[in-house]
Design a protein around this ligand. Sequence first.
Ligand code: UDX
Length: 473
Amino acid sequence: MRISVIGCGYLGAVHSACMASLGHDVVGIDVDRDKVEALSNALPPFFEPRLPELLETQTAAGRLTYSTDISATAAARVHFIAVGTPQQFNQHAADLSYVHQAVDALVPYLAPGDLVVGKSTVPVGTARQIAATISRRCPEATLVWNPEFLREGFAVQDTLIPNRLVYGLPDDDRVGWSDQAGHAARAGQTAQAGTSANGTRENAQSMLDAVYQHALANGCPRLVMDYETAELVKVSANAFLATKISFINAMSEVCEAAGADVSMLSDAIGYDDRIGRKFLNAGLGFGGGCLPKDIRAFMARADELGAEQALTFLREVDSINMRRRARMVDLTRQACGGSLLGKRVAVLGLAFKPDSDDVRDSPALNVAAQLQLQGAAVTATDPEATANAAQRFPELNYAETTAEAVEDADVVLVLTEWQQYRSLDPAWLSGQVARTEVVDGRNCLDGEAWRAAGWTYRALGRPELPAAVPAPA
Ligand code: UDX
């Protein structure tokens, strides 16, 4: 297939490279010249495991190009919309301007029979508006809403081996769950029905099936539904994940009040497979470019639809999440003997999660910034995210290495659970710092091992462990 991908951020850059690796001819479009130049030279504009290799092989094979010129979409038959939908300034609602600009720029280059595929996360009702825009300008092009569920850090794997494919099709199609066999049966029925409207939808569906042939052949479930349901699948999945994290963080607050241990609680309740252990890691909570803004946009849209009561619980989910950041600042103050003023705080981890350089709404960066603003002298480091963090919050000191960050520190904070921080040797570290005080913001360290090495270990949702032995002088 000849494919265009409009928007080459975390979603579009990965999607374009993955589609090329499946054998499609792909052009990625972005308005950012620097990004296009970097991608054209097979240099990923952000950190994502496996992406550099894909860009290298696919650009070399000539299947993958990038351009700032939207007219390059004219050669493609399938057009993915993968631009961002950030939170609007000072409001909860999503900013849809990039989506509408992308569609407006694309429509002059659409040809009859083309497929436009929406991937961006949008408020329910957006696809229908976009379909109307497309049909005014090119009535024989079709819009499918095909939300993306990739996780940063696993984006290549999630794109190449998705756990489900969701197709939101225009009205009046046969909707429902379908596996490969179901699809074959339904395709037969539709051919008999043979209306032209169904023909368009069938065509759209089979074009998208051709794009995802590899995943479908490997048994990936494909669910066919209407636009609104497809849009809601994405935001409700993110709302559920956010709720699960805030649930365990609410338990964390209760554990702190009762002197209990939230990590053990997570393990114990997670054995019930109706609950499941995944996404029950208590700590600093969720951040990133998706969960926080998606739950807020979801609440804003529910308000507009008159269904605000249905989502009032998400306000609590958001507040629990933000309270963890404040609690982390309090624990750090305690570890510093009651005042942050002039204290040297070493922050390990700035990205919103490991294996990413993304600091959008990062709990780690937020805590580091609050500590600095409250009078501490913060030195922060991260294996990948220091440059992005320095751009957003230049007031912090940034260090290249852990050793540099922790030198003479009064307290060490672990705020993103990179493997290299999980496996730090507390005995080595105790020789670098001024005071052996650690606060584990991600419940990712072995508290007993740190305590045995002379550290006072504090964590969110767990009892404090005082040092077992005096720290070596
Ligand atoms: C999320 C969804 O998982 C993905 O399906 C969607 O497409 C985009 O949004 P992502 O933002 O990449 O993906 O990160 P995710 O792995 O979901 O983590 C989100 C945040 O939750 C991170 O800050 C992470 O540290 C935090 N988290 C996750 C927890 O605090 N506890 C957990 O148990 C899991």
